[in-house]
Design a binder for this molecule. Structure first.
Ligand code: TRP
Length: 325
C-alpha cells in the first residue's frame, strides 16, 4: 500500500519534471525555427500614427524580434482598402496583428476573431465596439488606449485664454474615436462654464467650407484625436490662422505643426507600449490576461511661434511646466 502510494508520487514527480523540461523547450525551439510574422495595419498617414507605428516596430526589435517579418499596410483612410488589407493580413497567417488607430483595428476585428490583435492607440475601445471587458479582454483584442485628458486640456485652454466662452469642436462623423471625444469634451467644457459648438465633417473635403463658417462663430477650436483632421491639419491651420482663431489639438505632433497648445501623450511612447504588448503575446501570453493599457502620461505642449502669430501671450504658469515647440 505504502509502496503503491510512493510509486504514484514518484510517477507524478517524473511527469511534472518532464512537462517542465520539455514543454518550454519545444515551444522555444518552435519560435526559434519558425519565422515570426507581425502584421501592421495603419489607418492613414499622419505624423502621430507614423510615430506610433515606428515606436511599436522599434520596441519589437528591442524585445528580440528583429528577424521577424513585418507585413505593413496603410489604408490611407479608405474603408474599402482597409477591408481588403485586413483580409490580406488575415490570410498571411501573421502571429500577431497590430492596428494603428480605431478604424484599422475595427477592420482587423472584422477580418479575424482568432489571431490576437493589439490596439495601437484606440481612444475608446468600448465605444468603438472592439472590447467589453477592458481588464480581462474576452476576445482576441487588447492593447493601448489614448483616452483623452479633457479636464487638463480645458484647464490649459482657460489658463491661456481667460476670456474664453465659446469653443468650436471640429470632428469627423465616421470616426468612433472622434465622436466619443466630442461627447467627453462637451461635457467637461460645460461643467467649466464654456459653450461648445460641434462641427461635423464627412471627409477632409469639407474642412475649408466648414471652418470658414465656424471661424466666425467661436473664439477657439478644439480638435481631438481625429485621424481625418490630423492628416489634413495643415489645411485646417491655413483657415484658422487667416481668421486668427487658435486651435487646441490633442497631441504634440499637431502642436508642432502649428496648433497652439495641447495636453499630450507622447505618440512614440504610445507605440512603444503597443510594441511591448505585441511582444508579450508573441512570447506566449494570452490576450485575456493582458488588460487594456490606458496610457495617461501627459505633458502640456505649447507652440510659441503660433502664439506670437496670433497675438496671444502664454502665461508664465503655463510656460514653466510646458514643453515648447
Ligand atoms: N486615438 C486615435 C484613434 O483611436 C488614433 C490617434 C492616435 C490619433 N494619435 C492620434 C488621431 C493623433 C489623431 C491625432 O483612432
Amino acid at each position: 500500500m505504502k509502496n503503491k502510494k510512493m510509486l504514484i508520487v514518484i510517477a507524478l514527480i517524473v511527469v511534472v519534471a518532464l512537462v517542465a523540461v520539455f514543454i518550454p523547450k519545444t515551444s522555444q525551439s518552435a519560435t526559434k525555427n519558425k519565422q515570426v510574422k507581425i502584421g501592421i495595419l495603419q489607418f492613414v498617414t499622419h505624423p502621430a500614427l507614423d510615430a506610433i507605428t515606428k515606436g511599436a516596430e522599434d520596441e519589437l526589435k528591442k524585445e528580440g524580434f528583429s528577424n521577424a517579418k513585418i507585413n505593413f499596410y496603410n489604408g490611407e483612410a479608405d474603408q474599402s482598402k482597409l477591408q481588403t488589407m485586413a483580409g490580406q493580413l488575415n490570410s498571411e497567417n501573421n502571429d500577431v496583428l497590430i492596428g494603428v488607430a480605431t478604424p484599422a483595428v475595427q477592420a482587423l476585428a472584422n477580418a479575424t476573431s482568432k489571431t490576437p490583435i493589439v490596439m495601437g492607440a484606440v481612444t475608446d475601445p468600448v465605444g468603438a465596439n472592439l472590447i467589453k471587458n477592458v481588464n480581462t479582454p474576452e476576445g482576441n483584442i487588447t492593447g493601448v488606449s489614448d483616452r483623452f485628458p479633457f479636464v487638463k486640456e480645458i484647464k490649459l485652454m482657460k489658463e491661456i485664454m481667460p476670456n474664453l466662452k465659446t469653443v468650436g469642436v471640429l470632428y469627423t462623423s465616421s470616426e468612433a474615436n472622434s465622436k466619443s471625444q466630442v461627447e467627453g469634451f462637451t461635457k467637461v467644457a460645460k461643467e467649466n462654464g464654456l459653450t461648445v459648438k460641434a462641427y461635423a465633417i464627412a471627409s477632409s473635403n469639407d474642412i475649408t467650407n466648414t471652418l470658414t463658417v465656424a471661424s466666425k462663430e467661436v473664439q477657439a477650436f478644439y480638435v481631438g484625436n481625429d485621424n481625418t483632421i490630423a492628416s489634413a491639419f495643415n489645411n485646417v491651420l491655413q483657415i484658422t490662422n487667416a481668421a486668427k482663431i487658435p486651435v487646441f489639438p490633442s497631441v504634440d505632433t499637431m502642436v508642432e505643426q502649428g496648433g497652439l497648445a495641447a495636453v499630450s501623450i507622447n505618440q512614440r511612447e504610445l507605440g512603444i507600449q503597443t510594441g511591448k504588448i505585441a511582444a508579450e503575446i508573441l512570447k506566449g501570453k494570452k490576450v485575456s490576461s493582458i488588460p487594456v493599457d490606458f496610457y495617461d502620461h501627459t505633458t502640456p505642449v505649447v507652440n510659441t511661434k503660433t502664439a506670437k502669430a496670433l497675438g496671444i501671450t502664454i502665461p508664465q504658469s503655463v510656460l514653466s511646466v510646458a514643453t515648447t515647440k
